[in-house]
Design a protein around this ligand. Structure first.
Ligand SMILES: Nc1ncnc2c1ncn2[C@@H]1O[C@H](COP(=O)(O)OP(=O)(O)O)[C@@H](O)[C@H]1O
Ligand SMILES: [Mg+2]
Length: 295
């Protein structure tokens, strides 16, 4: 298995392949980590389970707000199993012509079946093809219902490993939901995870525990994706300051970040964005930080 995995013509428009070598491990709350680890162990223990009449679960649906690591987790999971992730952008599957979406779903599942246990199918933005069926008799509603029905059949019949992800779990058809062997919620990170995420994305800079604590408090409510952008913003300023003829002024850096890297308006603003006292507390700490490049 190399990077040469052939993508069949009929799925080219909505699939990309994520290889094990490119995966990174998301930082997740302990119960989530444990549930995922158990599933992995289950897939490794197929024979032992069979001996007592059990089959390993074959599917999982991930739900939770954007930027919290659903795609990253699916990729990491497949990498740990040493398998490529066939990543389907389900919103790109939805076609304008009658029956097109169902045909695309069939093509994606057929590809998985062909590869047997050599790949994992990942259905991203899953609500695009799995929203609740309705009684509505309009053409587009009938088409959506037919799509969900064909999805149900394919999920039922599939022997492969399937992961789906959605930010809109309330929109998913209940029968589709039930087909998944595991339902995992990935929430916004708590204090402990935020601390670890901030520290990871500040590396190779080492800012010390007091500043990590202050950033962790200031960014309560931020998603990992936002934390990453903010920490990368801090590092960018550290590197670029000499070229821009700027002093290493942490307060100026933080204020620039409050206006240029922001959560989506639908999400709660962390204290970092709302209080100058919070900024001053961080900006009052020693700066610039030590840099510990890998030897
Ligand atoms: N739990 C996490 N731990 C570390 N980094 C994360 C985590 N969640 C997201 N990220 C970072 O944010 C980026 C976007 O995350 P992604 O997995 O695409 O989120 P989602 O699929 O939930 O919208 C990732 O590339 C990763 O760098
Ligand atoms: Mg995603």
């Amino acid at each position: 298995m190399g990077n040469d995995l052939k993508i069949p013509h009929d799925v080219k428009g909505f699939v990309r392949v994520l290889m094990p070598s490119e995966a990174e491990q998301p930082i997740l709350a302990r119960p989530v980590r444990e549930a995922v680890h158990q599933w992995m162990t289950e897939l490794w223990a197929t024979e032992e389970l069979k001996a007592v009449g059990l089959k390993p679960r074959r599917s999982m649906i991930l739900e939770g707000p954007p930027g919290c690591g659903k795609t990253t987790l699916a990729h990491h999971f497949s990498a740990r199993l040493g398998l490529p992730l066939l990543c389907v952008q389900t919103d790109n599957m939805v076609g304008a012509h009658l029956g097109e979406t169902g045909k695309n779903i069939a093509a994606a599942f057929s590809w998985l079946e062909e590869r047997k246990d050599d790949a994992i199918l990942f259905l991203d933005e899953f609500d695009a093809v799995a929203t609740k069926r309705t009684e509505d008799n309009q053409a587009c509603a009938r088409e959506m219902n037919a799509t969900v029905n064909s999805l149900l059949q394919r999920l039922e019949a599939s022997q492969g490993i399937i992961i789906a992800a959605t930010n809109r779990s309330e929109a998913i058809d209940p029968a589709v939901w039930r087909r998944f062997g595991m339902h995992l919620t990935i929430e916004l990170p708590g204090d402990e995870e935020r601390y670890a995420i901030i520290s990871r994305y500040l590396a190779p800079y080492s800012v010390g525990i007091p500043m990590l604590d202050a950033l962790t408090d200031a960014l309560d409510g931020a998603s990992p994706a936002l934390l990453r952008q903010l920490m990368e913003g801090i590092k960018r300023d550290l590197i670029l300051a000499p070229r821009l003829n700027r002093d290493l002024d942490l307060k100026a850096t933080l204020l620039r970040l409050t206006v240029s890297v922001r959560p989506h308006p639908a999400y709660k603003l962390p204290p970092f964005y709302k209080s100058s006292a919070v900024i001053d507390r961080i900006a009052g700490m020693p700066w610039p930080p030590e840099r510990k490049d890998a030897a």
